[in-house]
Design a protein around this ligand. Structure first.
Ligand code: HEC
Ligand SMILES: [Cu+2]
Length: 416
């Protein structure tokens, strides 16, 4: 909804600055060769239609004036045939239709088949988040609440979405996404690439794109760890209405130089932070926050605030203590016990969240509950990869780490 409001709010400004071409279609370049082809095709068909329409209408008006009935003149006999005219109006449109067909087919093939050597990723759609897995299994650890696409940035627009993942891809390199859904039908749509593809449960579809190389006009990122680099953002939306938070189902495709892409994969591949921090990350990566809040308010699912180690009522009439076992069951077999007042709307994460990751998620939930015993709470602040092991000093370090990570997440750039 916010994205929509931003768009509508900016419409007058957009119309004022856009040239004629912009007003007829998306405006500037398509950022992929296949998208460029699609734009060309659109313009070709559009202008053919304009010329044909105007030609027909002008002739029609002219004929009805020129050959109108007059009192003093008898209607002349109509000619039956004009061979040259008939051949012309058959062959000329056929040529135009042939161009549309063959160019359209070529574009379709380019959109359907990935070039050799494409980066192959798995993409899972769920209510209401996209999860991307890189070829070696990495998952992004970066999420942003506000951002802009390449076009939005130029127009100083911002789109606000809840916790959108940021995915990095190198410029000029083809990407192939193998897509499936765990629940309902979604649709993968990147307006900057001009292409849209449905994503189904129980079936794979694919999407391929080759981002245009970054130019000097691309935006500059000042990264403390990786130095300064150029990047370009493209927004991904879901284009198939899929429930309550359909409009928030977005992601940011960030095109960066090859070496930055590799560095990011390196970072994504190594888990960092305390157990609780890792648990929060796993929850973000799996879209838990599109249904669960941590502030006490109910969403599609019950809040995680004070969930752990307290008793809750279930639809079968029982009251259950939410201990480790219950939470484990809730995540792997969500239908086993359905919280009173909620629908059995959660999909199982068996096979998606590993046993180790499950432990991290539970640790994170512990930090959100007042009912968590002191000793258990302290254990969630341990960083299993930190040197020096446990103890007072170790915990202190882990605490600082938490602050840094939170900062770096907020530090992701906004569209402004
Ligand atoms: C599509 C929305 C949705 C998503 C996404 C979702 N959940 Fe749920 N969750 C629910 C609903 C609805 C319930 C309540 C019904 C039930 O108990 O199955 C629930 C219940 C739970 C419960 C049990 C709460 C209780 O009091 O018994 C836990 C724990 C939980 N979810 C964890 C998770 C985790 C972890 C994730 C992410 C990996 C997640 N959920 C993703 C909708 C969702
Ligand atoms: Cu969707």
């Amino acid at each position: 909804m916010n994205a929509m409001n931003a768009l509508i709010g900016n419409l007058p400004a957009l119309l004022a600055t856009a040239n004629l071409q912009d007003r007829l279609w998306f405006g500037d370049g398509a950022f992929t060769p296949a998208g460029g082809q699609s734009d060309w095709m659109f313009q070709f068909i559009w202008w053919c239609s304009v010329v044909a329409f105007l030609g027909l209408m002008i002739l029609m008006l002219w004929f009805s004036f020129r050959y109108r009935r007059r009192k003093d003149k008898a209607a002349p006999a109509s000619p039956h045939h004009n061979t040259i005219l008939e051949i012309t109006w058959t062959i000329v449109p056929t040529i135009f239709f042939a161009v549309m067909f063959f160019e359209g087919f070529r574009g379709y093939i380019n959109m359907s088949y990935a070039p050799v050597g494409a980066i192959e990723c798995n993409l899972t759609a769920r209510q209401w988040q996209w999860s991307l897995e890189y070829p070696s299994g990495q998952i992004t650890t970066e999420f942003a609440t506000t951002t802009g696409g390449a076009r939005a940035a130029e127009n100083e627009q911002t789109f606000s979405t809840s916790e959108s993942p940021i995915w990095y891809f190198p410029d000029g390199q083809p990407v192939l996404l193998r897509m499936t859904s765990v629940d309902v039908i979604h649709s993968f749509w990147v307006p900057d690439f001009r292409m849209k593809q449905d994503v189904f449960p129980n079936r794979y579809t694919s999407y391929t794109f080759t981002p245009e190389p970054l130019t000097e006009s691309a935006r500059l990122m000042e990264d403390e760890e990786l130095g300064a680099y150029r990047y370009r953002d493209h927004l991904l939306f879901c284009a198939e209405y899929c429930g309550d938070d359909h409009s928030e189902m977005a992601a940011i495709i960030r095109i960066v130089p090859q070496e930055i892409y590799e560095a990011k994969l390196e970072i994504f591949g190594s888990p960092r932070g305390t157990l609780a921090e890792r648990g929060k990350l796993v929850a973000q990566q799996n879209g838990c926050f599109s249904c669960h809040t941590v502030d006490g308010s109910s969403n599609t699912g019950p809040t995680w605030q004070n969930l752990y180690n307290t008793e809750h009522q279930y639809t079968d009439g029982t009251t259950v203590l939410a201990d480790d076992n219950h939470i484990r069951e809730s995540i792997y077999v969500p239908g086993a016990k359905v919280r009173a007042g909620f629908a059995n709307q959660m999909v199982s994460y068996q096979g998606t969240i590993s046993t180790e990751q499950l432990g991290w998620v539970i640790a994170y939930m512990k930090t959100l509950s007042d009912a968590t015993p002191e000793a258990e709470l302290a254990a969630t602040a341990v960083d299993p990869d930190a040197e020096g092991g446990e103890g007072e000093a170790g915990e202190g370090e882990a605490g600082e780490g938490a602050g840094e990570q939170a900062e770096s997440m907020e530090g992701t750039p906004s569209g402004g």
